[in-house]
Write a protein of this length. Structure first.
Lengths: 117, 112
């Protein structure tokens, strides 16, 4: 159980275009999902917290107009990178929070590798 | 100073060795501690979850938390080549927000 999928797994786009990444919890409902960014050989950096039915909460330094997040259902959150530029190239990972008894954990998706030319 | 410090390695050991991975942290408010394993170009996979101080064992993996020293460890017994990956420690202040603070990750290579 606790499977999180992401689509696409890899995307290459031209500078100035927008890219949408989907994150789905396949076998559980997630009221909260998180979006991370990871640079090569670096740790995960939290970008924003996505709550179902409400606006996302962005971390300091993350442009909310640049990285649009929509959490329309309990199993789907989307991240749209608007007007992408080469510096947006990165590995984007989502996670979904779930409660198992009293234990709260996050399960991560497989990641989406974005390359902006 | 980073909130969570983790030696990036790389750490290379022979198959069958006992591996010790560690993280230190500065914020005494952290209460929930996790270890994730990440294979190259994949998302992190939850290995161990502990709350507060103490030990937790799951198969070949043992997680230890020493809150007085602000130090957590992951031990891998009888290491296998398939254990070769990057291991990330993560921690949070509260279970309610779910905001995790990650270490940099330690790259482990187990040689056959």
């Amino acid at each position: 159980g606790a499977v999180v999928s992401q689509h696409p797994s890899r995307v290459i786009c031209k500078s100035g275009t927008s890219v949408k990444i989907e994150c789905r919890s396949l076998d559980f409902q997630a009221t909260t999902m998180f979006w991370y960014r990871q640079f090569p050989k670096k740790s995960l950096m939290l970008m924003a917290t996505s709550n179902e039915g409400s606006k996302a909460t962005y971390e300091q330094g993350v442009e909310k107009d640049k990285f649009l997040i929509n959490h329309a259902s309990l199993t789907l959150s989307t991240l749209t990178v608007t007007s992408a530029h080469p510096e947006d190239s990165s590995f984007y990972i989502c996670s979904a929070r779930t409660l198992a008894g009293f234990q709260e954990t996050q399960y991560f998706g497989p990641g989406t590798r974005l390359l902006v030319l | 100073q980073k909130e969570v410090e983790q030696d990036p390695g790389p750490l290379s050991v022979p198959e069958g060795a006992i591996v010790s991975l560690n993280c230190t942290y500065s914020n005494s408010a952290f209460q929930y501690f996790m270890w994730y394993r990440q294979y190259s170009r994949k998302g992190p996979e939850l290995l161990m979850y502990t709350y507060s101080s103490g030990n937790k064992e799951d198969g070949r993996f043992t997680a230890q938390v020493d809150k007085s020293s602000k130090y957590i460890s992951l031990f891998i017994r009888d290491s296998q080549p398939s254990d070769s990956a990057t291991y990330l420690c993560a921690m949070s202040r509260s279970s309610n927000t779910g905001k995790l603070i990650f270490g940099q990750g330690t790259t482990l290579q187990v040689k056959p």
